[in-house]
Design a protein around this ligand. Sequence first.
Ligand SMILES: Nc1ncnc2c1ncn2[C@@H]1O[C@H](COP(=O)(O)OP(=O)(O)O)[C@@H](O)[C@H]1O
Ligand SMILES: [Mg+2]
Length: 386
Amino acid sequence: MLNTRLQESITGIRVVKAFAREVFEEERFAESNRDLRDINLRTGKYIASGMPLIFAMANISTLVVVWAGGYQVLANYLTIGELVAFMSYLMMSMFPMMMLGMFLVTIAQAAACATRIFEVLDASSETVEKPGAATLPPIQGKLIFENVTFRYFKAIAPVLSRVSFTALPGQTIALLGATGSGKSTVINLIPRFYDVSEGRITIDGYDIRDITLESLRRQIGIVLQEVILFGATIRENIAYGKPEATDSEIIEAARTAAAHPFIESFPESYNTVVGERGVTLSGGQKQRIAIARALLVDPRILILDDSMSSVDFKTESKIQQALERLRRERLCFVIAQRISTVKNADQIMVLDKGEIAALGNHKSLMAESPLYADIYYSQLKPETAG
Ligand SMILES: Nc1ncnc2c1ncn2[C@@H]1O[C@H](COP(=O)(O)OP(=O)(O)O)[C@@H](O)[C@H]1O
Ligand SMILES: [Mg+2]
């Protein structure tokens, strides 16, 4: 249980961070720790009652040795000295053996734990907050990348090279490019999952490295490429970024994400537990819950990283229609594979090996960028496809 919780918050660390729920996760972890302590206490009790039994057995065996040995002494097979010596050796060797056994187990456990702990301790956080970082006020959503170069590790070649663009409030920006071209990396830099290696990113004029992570991430709703839900109810998963949300807010977000109908079809509706100990959801259902989760926080910046790859076309257009209104009021980044999403975007950014190969709207790109035309005809899914 403890490990499951821990594993969940670590594999879901992006989600925890994105929705600024670190304190909540810490409490959940503390609760699991208390459970573990109780289990350990119970185990301790069993051991405590088991120990006398083991000692009784040891004493009984001593009794048997004395009894059998006594007969042999009486029969003159053995001297008293030999019997006493035998018994002393027996006692002397028995305790160290028992202790050794116990210690070996403990040492093995400790070694295993220590390795894991040092692995975690050695991994430094990717981003750190500046001392005295300012709080980002409610934003309009003008976001600028200035010559952003980014490497995952210092030594290796950059994944993004000199990426520059300006996104205006209310715009929708579509990112296109082959797998590995750097689309996810661009959007992961916005909530500061990583910091730029060179250049800078500003929101409403604030360099995002100068403001607190919480005030930044609170204003960003993000649906990651790999959807992660927690082993909790659907309601808790949707309300993850806003635990105080009312039922009607939760349902509205779910409706917009086209998740309400299938959630309602479960016998326990929003109280259905998902994950390991609950229902198994399809990829598309998970994505819709993750979209609802992002919408519920009413973010000024909405990021959808390939968030509809597993939903069918009809559902996607339903979500798109519902998002239409929301999209106009906020800055939106979408990584998508369908033509309609991309075509209507205010700006389309075509990435190629970490560089912006083309930037413009559908019309201008069709005229100017052979790469865009190529992607348009070959990679994007037409409306009729499933
Ligand atoms: N955490 C990471 N560590 C190191 N390299 C990574 C990491 N994530 C992605 N990359 C590399 O960065 C490049 C761009 O990846 P990504 O932004 O995920 O592309 P896309 O989303 O366009 O498919 C790829 O070459 C990928 O292998
Ligand atoms: Mg990606």
